[in-house]
Design a protein around this ligand. Structure first.
Ligand code: MG
Length: 367
């Protein structure tokens, strides 16, 4: 059967600053879905990553479906009411518009969706990251889908020898969706040339070169493009089908061993290493470090299996230790140079006013 996976994620309030949404808030969102949503969807899974709540849904209504998006939006609105009652920090933070208008894209929440004909067995991964932005997935996707050093299937599996097509979006373009499709391996250097710029070019979708089937879907929301000011980082979600003509689950997990540096961390204004963490992990050190969770599922006739926590394994404890060291190392540098983001990324925050004020005090010395 044809199934659609939709994940919609928002920060609607958290405890103690940005630490976690808390069980009561998650329960309120879950109650709303149980009450209003179960007629619309086949199944769902609710989780948190740092201060964000994500609703993963399977249904048969296709991508961008108004009823599905509205249900998630209303579930987050119901949660926001409770967050306000409880006095949680940043209540309703990611709900940037007052009224729902057809689709949550462009309204604040992050969205990733894919529709496909179910294989007899259909394993997939659901990633959610916090304290970072959609470009955080650029490097792991590049390595997982194009590099045999991580994806041995590119050599070992004839089904994968035709490579993959990357659909990449220019997220700094505001007039519409500016996208390009590039094929790996033929155009691999062009793909790398774009993906090195995590703030501007973001992978939106990946397709199998052999079949054209959807392989991965990533949220591309940049909140400052909606709000015109800093309202929080754009904490991205991603769905990726695995096995068969797609990379194995472990091949897509492999690049996360790096703990590569991404934008985000404290006040969304720094660079920090991306730490792979367990489901429902909190935020802590320097409002970070940037974290990513991964829940693995099989979906069958629209029903989800229980979630397998892909980063809950002794191997990743070791990686977390190494990533912690990287986080401490870059924090040693405080605000200096690459420890903090460039002015382009800070221009939506309070530093703009501060620099304007300082600027007026400059004097040009006469020669
Ligand atoms: Mg967040």
């Amino acid at each position: 059967m044809k199934v659609t996976l939709s994940v919609i994620k928002a920060d609607i309030g958290s405890i103690g600053g940005h630490i976690k949404p808390g069980e009561r808030l998650k329960a309120r969102v879950r109650d709303y879905i149980e009450d209003k949503g179960t007629k619309l969807i086949h199944d769902y899974y609710l989780s948190s990553t740092g201060d964000d709540i994500a609703i993963l849904m399977s249904h048969s209504r296709g991508e961008g479906n108004e009823e599905i998006h509205k249900m998630a939006w209303e579930a987050f609105k119901a949660g926001t009411e409770l967050a306000k009652e409880m006095g949680l920090y940043g209540a309703g933070q990611d709900l940037l518009k007052d009224a729902f208008s057809g689709n949550v894209k462009g309204m604040g929440p992050a969205v990733a969706e894919m529709e496909f004909e179910e294989r007899p067995n259909e394993p997939f991964l659901f990633f959610a990251a916090d304290k970072t932005d959609p470009g955080a997935y650029n490097l792991p996707l590049y390595l997982g889908f194009t590099d045999p050093m991580h994806c041995s299937g590119l050599i070992l599996s004839p089904k994968m020898s035709k490579g993959f097509t990357f659909q990449i979006m220019d997220v700094s373009y505001l007039e519409g969706d500016r996208v390009i499709s590039l094929n790996s391996p033929e155009e691999i250097y062009d793909i790398a040339a774009l993906l090195r710029d995590n703030q501007r070019f973001v992978v939106e979708k990946i397709y199998s070169g052999a079949s054209g089937e959807i392989a991965a879907s990533i949220s591309t929301t940049r909140l400052h493009n909606i709000a015109g000011k800093y309202t929080g980082k754009d904490d991205p979600v991603m769905l990726a089908r695995v096995q068969g003509e797609f990379p194995a689950a472990g091949e897509l997990l492999s690049p996360y061993v790096k703990g590569h540096f991404v934008a985000g961390f404290m006040r969304g204004s720094h660079n920090g290493p991306l730490m792979p963490v367990k489901q429902n992990s909190t935020i802590s050190y320097f409002d970070g470090p940037p974290v990513v969770t991964c829940a693995a599922f099989c979906v069958h006739e629209g029903k989800l299996t229980e979630a397998a926590d892909a980063f809950d394994h002794p191997f990743w404890d070791y990686v977390r230790g190494r990533v912690s060291q990287k986080a401490i190392d870059i924090r040693e540098q405080g605000f200096s140079g690459p420890a903090m983001l460039g002015y382009d990324e800070l221009e939506y925050g309070g530093i703009v006013d501060k620099l304007k004020m300082i600027d007026r005090k400059f004097k040009v010395r006469k020669a």
